[in-house]
Write a protein that binds this ligand. Structure first.
Ligand code: AMP
Length: 269
């Protein structure tokens, strides 16, 4: 079918997801529907990118609800590969980008981004989209994917979309559904801490921003910080010295068993 659309010169948009869809996903879907003639959404909980077995087991799965949401949105194709078809016995290839995955989530989730890049390349080859939509919420992920596309000359245009938040500021995530009520109450403090650092940056305080975020996060009951880092927005290497506009301030932290991430690009607002 996609082959026919290609022949009739229709622009194909693609939104890869792991399901348990929320407004963040639907914003990507709407962007694709607006910019493209046909939109393909994939739902695939990719075992290759999980570094903790319990995370894979407990990852929320809501197939029926997702199907209805996508049908209502007007998506033409839902692609749901099965793990055993996507990774048959003997599957041995990995795409990796050691440089950009050295820091941030790559440092604490070994193999995660190899799994992401491998599945995204495989999905691109299956769908053959003209444009693919990714969220800025997963800043390192979209940066790696843009680099893969550039380095390998893939014929797809990556469209980054802004992070969609709950009214209280918490970045939407499928994992938010797993938060215990008491942790859900505290979770908006992640974004608040990043905003506070952004305000300090705007007021001319360009030193010590990660430390400032870290102290705010440490006061969240039950939180365990995975990392707080200031990195250059393009190559994701840790920023030494004063922060600059365009740097990304990125956070990962555990609230109970749930790992949440968020980020803010300084001087972006
Ligand atoms: P996931 O299903 O979590 O793998 O996410 C699928 C896509 O949706 C990725 O490109 C994510 O970056 C994007 N995404 C997830 N949450 C949000 C959000 N709150 N705002 C914008 N994009 C998001």
């Amino acid at each position: 079918m996609v082959g026919d659309w290609r022949q009739s010169k229709r622009r194909i948009g693609f939104v890869p997801t792991m399901g348990a869809l929320h407004e963040g996903h639907l914003a990507l879907v709407r962007a694709s529907l607006e910019e493209c003639n046909r939109t393909v959404v994939s739902i695939f909980v990719n075992p290759l990118q999980f570094d903790r077995a319990t995370d894979l087991e407990t990852y929320p799965r809501e197939e029926e609800k997702d199907r209805a949401l996508l049908a209502d949105a007007g998506v033409q194709v839902l692609f749901m590969p099965r793990a055993e078809d996507f990774y048959p016995p003997g599957f041995a290839t990995r795409v990796s980008q050691p440089e950009l995955s050295r820091h941030l989530c790559g440092a604490t989730r070994p193999g995660h981004f190899d799994g992401v890049l491998t599945v995204v390349l495989k999905l691109f080859n299956a769908v053959l989209p003209d444009r693919a939509y990714f969220g800025q919420k997963d800043y390192q992920q979209v940066t790696l994917i843009e680099r893969m596309v550039r380095d390998l000359g893939l014929p797809v245009e990556i469209r980054r979309q802004p992070t969609v938040r709950e009214p209280d500021g918490l970045a939407m995530s499928s994992r938010n559904k797993l938060l215990r009520p008491e942790d859900r109450v505290e979770a908006p403090r992640i974004h608040a801490a990043l905003q506070d650092a952004e305000a300090a940056f705007r007021a001319g305080n360009r030193e010590g921003l990660p430390g400032r975020v870290e102290s705010a996060l440490k006061s969240i009951p039950g939180a365990r910080i995975d990392y707080v880092e200031l990195a250059s927005g393009d190559v994701l290497s840790p920023r030494e010295g004063p922060a600059r506009a365009g740097d990304v301030l990125a956070v990962a932290l555990f609230l109970g068993p749930v790992r949440l991430i968020d980020n803010l690009v300084l001087g972006d607002a």
